[in-house]
Structures are given as C-alpha cells and as structure tokens.
Design a protein around this ligand. Structure first.
Ligand code: ADP
Length: 320
C-alpha cells in the first residue's frame, strides 16, 4: 500500500493531533504517502484531500483539537454520497484509510470498506470513553484532568460560601468522566446515566454531611442524567443550603493532551498504520490491560462499555 488517507470525525478530542502525527511519521519511515482529509467525511465528499508533509505534523503532538478539522455529515448514511466520496479517494490513489473518531465514524468507515474496498482502520478518539474494545479512548484522560482542576477551584468558593455545587460534565450515555472525576476529586455525590439515584437520596446525604458540620458539597452530574438546572430546582426543595450550578461545557475538550493521552495516541496511531501495512481492514485498535489489541470495527457499536459498579459504590462510600 503506497497511499493512505487520514481523517478525524465526530467530536474533537485532545490527542487526535498526536495520533495524526504518529500515523504520518510511521508512513514516512515506510516511504508511504499520507493524505490528510479535512472535515471528516465532508472533506472526503468535497475532495478536500491533500498530501501531508513532514512539516504539517511537526510540533503538533501537544496541540489540542485537530489540524485536520472535524465535521459531521449525516448524508454519509446515503450510499450514493459514500460512492462519490470513495471515488475521490480512488482518484488520489488512496487505498487505505485511518479514521479517528467514535462509533458513528466507524460505521461510515466500515461501509466504505464493504462497498468500495477501501481498507479501513479505526482509532478511538472521543473524550467520553464510550467505545467498546478499548479501556481508554484518546482525549478521555485530558478531559478528566480538566474536570479535576475545575473541582479544586470550585471547592474553594463552595467552602467559602458554604454552598452546594452541582457541576455538570460531559457524558450523554457514559458516566466515566463524572464517576472518575468524582472519585479522584473527592466529590460528595455523583449522578451518572448508568445508575438510577433519586434526588431524595442525594438530599438525605447532603443533609447528613451538613449535620456533621461539613461546609460545602460538590456533586458531579453527567449531562446524560437530565437537565442540571431542573435537578438543582428539585434539590432546592429538599435541602436548606444555597445551590449553585456550573456547566463546564466545551472547556472540557480544549487544551494540550496529557502525557497519558499522548502515549495512547502514539501507540494507537503507530499500530493502525502497521495494520494497514499488514493488509488488515475493517478493524479498530484499542488498548486493553495496557496491551494494544484489535477488534472487528463493528465491535464498537455491537457492544456497550460498562461502568464499574464497584468504583461507583466506592465513590459513594467515600463521599461522606
Ligand atoms: P462519532 O464518530 O463521535 O460517534 P457521529 O456519530 O457524529 O460521531 O458520527 C460522525 C460522522 O460519521 C457522521 O457525521 C457521519 O458522517 C458518519 N456516520 C455516523 N453514523 C453513520 C452511519 N450509520 N452510516 C454512515 N456514516 C455514518
């Protein structure tokens, strides 16, 4: 294989650039040409395909976001749109494709392989850590650390004013960010989509803590649990302390990737390249028990990640 394309798709995550760098530099070692595709499948359709040179990926390992840009293209679910995009790849002589994104992006990649013979390898890039087949996704650790920084800052003001803070973090279906930021940040409660916990119970816990002269409470709320302002309103009716809501929003996605994410992205990028060189296709790379692994790309949408109930219970136990 002499020409490989690479794109980032879906939500951006810190470390995507590190993965782009790793794939591209591996290709240089093998005298293989790399092509960057801008804006994910949108750029593939609009022929925004360009040769990636060494300088393009130099000095990007520590930059958040994605130099290739990311976009969503719902029309990629239509076969005729995929056919046009695949024809663009073929015109450039591109035979293999590295897709960095989530399971939606993987579905598009899988169809490109099945319908048009483009060899595809997926790299899990999303802050949510919601992709089956890998213990961690690229960007998750960075986001977790950003949330932890916010928890420390909020604790100062929460204590000073003796308030109850609800901190909304990302995670629509997956509570990993909320759970582990609560555990590592010593939060006093956590609400995640995987576990049904009533506001009554939360209120009882808060009242109990306050009876022990605790000054403040920090409750981490995953966005998938519900509207955080509605939760605050309901909680307000059950406790006496002053409540504030902080929605961290897109701050969680920016900034330089952590060492962990950079190492993960580098290992995944290099492995994805090797797999294409070995003639593999229709697979995703992952890291399980600190080892690089592969799965059929469909593994990502045929399986769900599981929250650790042991870790949830431990976090709850220590939230007193
Ligand atoms: P993620 O990759 O993070 O899951 P999305 O679900 O938004 O993000 O998917 C990113 C892009 O992948 C979509 O905009 C679309 O172009 C493509 N895609 C998603 N689902 C499919 C599908 N079922 N078939 C083909 N392409 C898809």
């Amino acid at each position: 294989m002499k020409k490989i394309g690479i794109l980032t798709s879906g939500g951006d995550s810190p470390g995507m650039n590190t993965a782009i760098r790793a794939v591209t530099k591996m290709a240089m070692n093998y005298n293989c040409e790399m092509y960057g595709i801008k804006r994910g499948y949108k750029g593939m359709l609009n022929d925004e395909i360009f040769k990636l040179n060494p300088l393009d990926v130099s000095g990007i390992a520590d930059r958040g976001g994605t130099i290739l840009l990311s976009a969503r293209l719902p029309e990629f679910k239509q076969p005729e749109v995929r056919a046009k995009a695949a024809a663009n790849l073929k015109r450039h002589g591109i035979e293999g494709l590295v897709v960095i994104g989530g399971d939606g992006s993987y579905r598009g990649a899988d169809l490109l392989f099945r319908e048009h013979g483009i060899k595809v390898v997926g790299i899990p890039g999303t802050i949510d850590n919601d992709i089956a087949g890998t213990d961690y996704t690229i960007g998750y650790d960075t986001t977790l650390n950003i949330i932890l920084d916010a928890v420390s800052r909020i604790r100062d003001t929460a204590n000073s004013h003796e308030r109850t803070y609800l901190l909304e973090v990302m995670g629509r279906d997956c509570g990993d960010l909320a759970l582990y930021s609560a555990m590592a940040g010593g939060a006093n409660g956590v609400l995640i989509p995987e576990v049904n916990r009533s506001i009554d119970e939360l209120a009882e816990d808060i009242k109990e803590r306050r009876s022990q002269r605790k000054l403040s409470d920090i409750i981490i709320v995953a966005e998938g649990v519900g509207h955080v302002f509605d939760i605050a309103k309901e909680l307000k009716e059950k406790i006496n302390t002053e409540i504030r809501v902080t929605v961290l929003g897109h701050i969680q996605r920016g900034g330089s990737p952590t060492a962990f994410d950079r190492v993960l992205a580098t290992r995944m990028g290099a492995r994805a390249f090797e797999l294409l060189m070995e003639g593999e296709s229709g697979i995703m790379v992952g890291m399980e028990n600190n080892k690089m692994v592969t799965h059929a790309i469909s593994y990502a949408w045929e399986n769900k990640t599981n929250i650790s109930l042991d870790d949830y219970n431990l976090t709850h136990l220590l939230s007193i």
